[in-house]
Design a protein around this ligand. Structure first.
Ligand SMILES: *Cc1c(COP(=O)(O)O)cnc(C)c1O
Length: 386
């Protein structure tokens, strides 16, 4: 038996690692070199490929990586990524040994997790760094301010854990109208830090800022920032236009090729539910991408694609594996022409924020949603060390 090489469907995502590195450097320069930089690479680096993005960021000098799940951290360690990794989602029962073995740093917000981890660390003769998470207004994970003192006292009983970080998370740092709430979060965070200091604990890592926090609220930068979205060029809907900000480049683009071109008559319909009825004799190009690829069905009727340097409307309902675009106004669309669903050509661009707006979402959900069926093609990777 031999493996037969074959050509895949021509639908792919280009991931521009030079753009990722440029974004990292631009953000770092904007924030200041003295502040530690944690790059958030959870959710497969917001869909961009966690291993490749992490390698690029590590070679560019990132201090920390952040993931949601211990599983994600283990994947990075297996790929040889050796910088400190913060597990934002904490540690679930049964993950103590892998935390110790892979030298991971969990966020801690349940005392039972600390106690189990401490017990396992004692057995292993290990000292484990942990970062405490205080809830300053997000209301999701983290210990509320009024319970924080007792929580610190309980974690302090865990002799094989070292409290080396204090963190919290913003709810609305991107919203200029919510300034008062955001200031309240910063004050609450300062109070939590005071609780630690009053007990003689001075964590190395004091981090509150996500992308909008780090850019819009300098006071929130602490000793480290946790940056996700803007690293991938997804600033449009998390950084208000009017605030000073670093220049960012989009990192992901999604491309495909025309599979079929056909002429239809006035009155003919296209696709499920006959949502498109031709108002004129039309030329329709069929493109092999659909909602299983993360090209969301909700885009139907609201988005454009780029073909041969022109913006063309995506018409009819988006199916699982196909879309149809109206290329009537192009003289020369043909099978094999490149179609840009997300990204830019020489003249035009479709941003993740443009797509997101049509489904009442944010750009992060668009790139995260480009599914595993779409192969990632890493470009400009010369800077990536093996
Ligand atoms: C996802 C996440 C971040 C990064 O947020 P961005 O807006 O993508 O910069 C930072 N901290 C925590 C706890 C997160 O969950």
């Amino acid at each position: 038996m031999r493996d037969i090489a074959f050509t895949p469907r021509p639908t792919w995502a280009d991931i521009d690692l030079a753009a990722l590195e440029a974004n990292f450097r631009a953000i770092k320069a904007f924030i200041g070199d003295e502040i530690k930089f944690l790059a958030v690479v959870k959710a497969n680096a917001y869909g961009h490929g966690a291993v490749e993005c992490s390698r690029t960021l590590v070679s560019a000098g990132v201090d920390w990586l952040g993931v949601a799940l211990v599983e994600e951290a283990v994947e990075l360690r297996s790929a040889g990524v050796n910088v400190p990794i913060l597990c934002l989602g904490g540690v679930w029962p049964g993950q103590e040994e892998i935390i110790i073995d892979k030298d991971l740093t969990p966020a801690i917000f349940r005392i039972e997790d600390a106690q189990r981890l401490d017990a396992r660390a004692k057995e292993a003769g290990a000292m484990v760094n942990v970062h405490l998470k205080v809830d300053t207004g997000m209301g999701r994970v983290g210990v509320r301010g009024d319970a924080f003192g007792a929580f610190v006292d309980a974690v302090s009983e865990c002799r094989n854990l070292r409290i080396d970080g204090l963190m919290s998370h913003f709810a609305s740092a991107d919203d200029t109208e919510a300034l008062e709430f955001t200031m309240g979060q910063m004050n609450c965070f300062d109070d939590a830090l005071a609780v630690l200091i009053a007990r003689g604990i001075e964590p190395t890592f004091i981090d509150l800022a996500n992308s909008p926090g780090a850019i819009c609220h300098p006071r929130s930068r602490g000793t480290m920032v946790r940056i996700g979205g803007i690293l991938y060029g997804l600033g449009d809907d998390v950084i208000p236009r009017e605030v000073p900000q670093p220049g960012l480049l989009p990192v992901m683009s999604v491309r495909s090729k025309v599979a079929l071109v056909k002429d239809i008559q006035r009155g003919d319909s296209v696709g499920y539910g006959r949502r498109f009825i031709a108002k004129r004799p039309s030329t329709i190009a069929t493109v092999p991408i659909g909602y299983h690829d993360g090209y969301r069905r909700g885009f139907s009727g609201h988005v454009e694609a780029l073909v041969n340097g022109f913006r063309v409307p995506v018409v009819g309902a988006i199916s699982m594996d196909w879309i149809t675009v109206d290329v009537t106004d192009l003289s020369d669309a043909k099978v094999g022409d490149e179609v840009v669903l997300l990204g830019r050509d020489a003249k035009n661009a479709v941003s993740a924020a443009d797509l997101a707006k049509t489904i009442n979402s944010i750009s992060y959900e668009i790139t995260c949603g480009i599914s595993a069926r779409v192969p990632r093609n890493y470009i400009n990777a010369d800077n990536v060390l093996d």
